[in-house]
Structure formats: C-alpha cells, structure tokens
Design a binder for this molecule. Sequence first.
Ligand SMILES: [Zn+2]
Length: 116
Amino acid sequence: MLNQNISSAKLRKIIWVLFAVLLSSSTLFGHGNEKHVMGTVTAITAGSISVETTAHQVQTVQITSGTKFVRSGNPSSISELKVGDRVVIHAKPSGDKLDAMEVKSGAEPKNGMSKK
Ligand SMILES: [Zn+2]
C-alpha cells in the first residue's frame, strides 16, 4: 500500500518533469527571434492576416507557403479562418514585415492543466 503510493507520486513527478522539459525545449528551439501576435482577426486576404492585438494595434502578418494553420489543435487552412476569430500567430520578422509560421485559432485548454 505504502509502496504503491510512493511509486504513483514518483510517476506523477516524472511526468511533470518530462512535461516541463518538453515545454521549455519547444520554447528554446521554436521561438528564437519569433514574434507572437495575439488578438482578433480584422481582415483576411490571400496573402495576409490583420490582427487587432489586445493593445488595440492592428498588426498585419504575411501568409507564406510555409504558414501552418491550426484550429482547436487540429490542422486547418486559411479558409477556416474568419474575421472576428481570436488567433495566436507565431511569426518571423522578414525585413520590416512579419511572416506567419503558425496561425492558431479556436478553443484551447484555458489553463494548461489539461488532463489529457
Ligand atoms: Zn512561437
């Protein structure tokens, strides 16, 4: 009984350590000079998305052939994106513009404590 309690506590700790390592490594490797644009979509064209950020500034991000779209955690496309959607765009500075790497929209777990 006691042993079982200890091992499940250890297991939980190991899972959390792995989770933390995973999170920090994706931060290290995925976000070098990236800029994150978070806000509400105000305009969509074939080549760009305009987002009004929480600071009420409109930021336009270029769509490239490499831009990935993710909606509620699933692969998506620009055709599923609508004006008014809340998005998080991971973008890379390109000259004085921003190239979107990944555009995330739709519901996400709110507190990062998802039981999955
Ligand atoms: Zn990013």
